[in-house]
Design a protein around this ligand. Structure first.
Ligand SMILES: [Cu+2]
Length: 125
């Protein structure tokens, strides 16, 4: 094997590693909810063909308020469910719907539409 071939292979592997990290591993870190003056950890979630962001990181023991804004009319996303917290809400198109709960245990909790086609994840640290 000539040095330039080795270089091409190494470069290729590095590119693959970067793509894997960027699209799968990097995404898991999600966005961190920001602490508002009211003491809630808040984040805005856009509902359109899925949830954006779909991974939200919060701290344990502080109330959370997620503001869902649905900007599509597909019936798929008309409800959002947080089964682990016993919360669900109807999301009328174009309205901001807050969902509040207190995460008192660290872990990963899913949220989804009523059919489970759209999925997101809440990471409690
Ligand atoms: Cu659905």
């Amino acid at each position: 094997m000539t040095p330039d071939k080795v270089f091409v292979i190494l470069f290729g592997l590095a590119a693959i590693a970067f793509i894997v990290w960027f699209f799968w591993l990097g995404k898991k870190t999600g966005i961190k909810a920001s602490l508002s003056s009211s003491g809630y950890q808040e984040a805005m979630v856009l509902v359109k063909g899925g949830y954006t962001p779909d991974v939200i990181v919060v701290e344990k023991g502080r109330p959370v308020r997620l503001n869902f804004v649905r900007s599509e009319s597909a019936s798929c996303s008309e409800m959002v469910l947080f089964p682990d917290f016993g919360k669900s809400a109807k999301l009328p198109e174009g309205e901001t719907v807050p969902i509040e709960f207190l995460p008192d245990k660290a872990g990963e909790y899913g949220f989804q539409c009523q059919m489970g086609m759209f999925r997101g994840k809440l990471i409690v640290e």
